[in-house]
Ligand binder design. Structure first.
Ligand code: 5GP
Ligand code: ZN
Length: 110
């Protein structure tokens, strides 16, 4: 398997895991852009959000919400981002949700 995140799921590449269930894995981003920066990914490979259905996206969103609470960023606010495609800034072609918080966010994003 050539996909970086599939290799993380398989345990071939180490990661700082914060959550795991049958369908979803969450781990800390290697290059954090905020005090809390977690990636939430489906265990099944989807190239992007375009291929994924509402059930898995719903599960990922529920995990992001739970982690926002457990990370202590729910009260002050946080951001969930799914970069998609070239202009969307997606660098890893395995669907992932960024959970960012712990600082004030800018809008519009760069
Ligand atoms: P994208 O730019 O595709 O939306 O997000 C990919 C994210 O994966 C980036 O924030 C990048 O820092 C993170 N990333 C890339 N390689 C690794 C890795 O090997 N381990 C972890 N934990 N994060 C990674
Ligand atoms: Zn993959």
């Amino acid at each position: 398997m050539n996909c970086l995140f599939c290799r993380i799921i398989e345990g071939q590449i180490p990661s700082s895991k914060v959550y795991e269930d049958e369908y979803v894995l969450a781990f800390r981003d290697i290059d954090p852009q905020a005090p809390t920066h977690i990636l939430i990914i489906p265990k099944k490979h989807y190239d992007s959000v375009l291929e994924a259905g509402p059930r898995i996206i719903g599960r990922m969103t529920e995990v992001a919400k739970k982690l926002a609470v457990s990370e202590g960023i729910a009260e002050n606010g946080f951001r969930i981002v799914i970069n998609t495609g070239e202009e969307g800034g997606q660098s890893v072609k395995h669907l992932h949700m960024h959970l960012l918080g712990g600082r004030s966010m800018q809008w519009p994003p760069g």
